[in-house]
Design a protein around this ligand. Structure first.
Ligand SMILES: [Zn+2]
Length: 377
């Protein structure tokens, strides 16, 4: 049994749309052809030479990673640098590479949701919905074409609000136009008469990354030579894409007990923390990877503690009040450690959707960072 790489790419992008990735990111198919057959695949947080060797030993056709290989442009494909050498090795061995990075961070059930589940949280929600991702599309259609335009737009993905699909609002009115001399109008003629027609105004929310396909679908069925539509920016955040996650522990425990739990679940030898050991913790905010920019969001959401990675020294001051006391505990549990559960998440999700493919997670730790503890050899 096998499947096409293109089908895996489409499934992943349906769950974690490319357009929901951060602008600096480079997600999706990194190496390979969509037409490639895949029967064995390896999942890892990062691509490393050791993981490529593991993949070769397992005979896989695909490696799925969280962190993309290509961030900066390569000027050659030689064995001189880490990135180009790995790309060359992958291509020589006909192993494809697919990466789901900040789009998987933003996905419901993605990286931060999995971190929250790993820490035993319930009632898991986004810490914040994704901003600047929604538009309002307003289109004007002759009355008798309203249903077909509405259906085409919804089928292309417009009108999704939370768990509801096919959401739109319509109201009738009178449209007016005067065809120019070079036109081929659907109604009237190009001889300069003003035309009036019963139209319906249809409005619906559209994700910004879906706008081209929704407009194409509308233009495909709309009878006018010049389709009239408005695209308006919306202030509200996306409900199904977001940043970080927040949830509750089943019972309140002290910060010290919470740190024990966190280190145990994430496999840390040490944690960096600001907060009082006896502070009671119930509401927990998390963000897998580098989440320092969302400290204020965690505070605003009423978190007792915020767990993320890559917290630099000055960021810890952001949780102190005017007396220098922490109002929310802040824990740096490591970039790799707060994201490693993404490997299990991807194996589970891809196994259940592509059962004909043998999915395995790497047995290697891809992080180059170790914690040296005083007293260790
Ligand atoms: Zn990361």
């Amino acid at each position: 049994m096998s499947c096409l790489l293109g089908d895996i790419v489409d499934f992943m992008h349906n769950w974690a749309p490319v357009g929901s990735a951060q602008s600096y990111d480079n997600v999706g198919l990194q190496i390979g052809r969509r037409s490639q057959e895949v029967s064995n695949a390896l999942v890892a947080l990062d691509l490393t030479p050791q993981i490529i060797q593991e993949a070769k030993g397992l005979g896989v056709e695909l490696i799925v990673t969280h962190h993309p290989l290509f961030f900066k442009a390569l000027s050659n494909l030689t064995d001189k640098t880490l990135e180009s050498s790995m790309a060359l090795e992958m291509a020589e061995n006909r192993i494809a590479l697919f990466s789901a990075h900040t789009n998987l961070d933003a996905a419901r059930g993605g990286v931060s949701f999995e971190l929250a589940r790993t820490l035993g949280l319930t009632n898991i929600q986004f810490l914040s919905g994704l901003e600047e991702s929604l538009l309002k599309l307003v289109v004007f259609v002759p009355l008798e074409f309203g249903d077909s335009v509405r259906t085409a737009a919804h089928d292309a993905g417009a009108g999704q609000i939370g768990a509801y699909s096919h959401c739109s609002f319509s109201v009738g009115g009178t449209g007016q136009f005067k065809p120019g001399s070079d036109t081929k109008p659907f109604i009237g003629s190009s001889d300069g008469q003003v035309e009036r027609v019963h139209e319906v105004r249809i409005e619906m929310q559209v994700e910004k990354w879906n706008v081209p396909s929704v407009l194409a679908a509308i233009k495909n069925v709309h009878p006018y030579e010049e389709v009239v539509y408005d695209l308006l920016k919306l202030e509200q955040a996306h409900k199904n894409c977001g940043i970080g996650a927040i949830g509750d522990l089943s019972t309140a425990i002290s910060l010290n007990e919470f740190l024990q739990l966190t280190a145990g679940r994430l496999g840390n030898k040490a944690l960096r923390v600001a907060g009082h050991a006896s502070k009671m913790i119930r509401r927990v905010a998390v963000c897998g990877g580098s989440g320092s920019d969302f400290i204020a969001l965690a505070q605003a959401a009423g978190a007792d503690v915020y767990v993320t990675g890559d917290v630099t020294y000055h960021r810890y001051f952001e949780v102190l009040d005017h007396l220098g006391q922490p109002t929310m505990a802040l824990v740096d549990a490591g970039h790799y450690e707060t994201e490693q559960m993404t490997e299990d998440l991807l194996v589970d999700k891809l196994s259940s959707n592509f059962p004909g493919v043998e999915w395995q997670k790497t047995r290697l730790r891809s992080s180059p960072v170790e914690t040296w503890v005083l007293g260790s050899d």
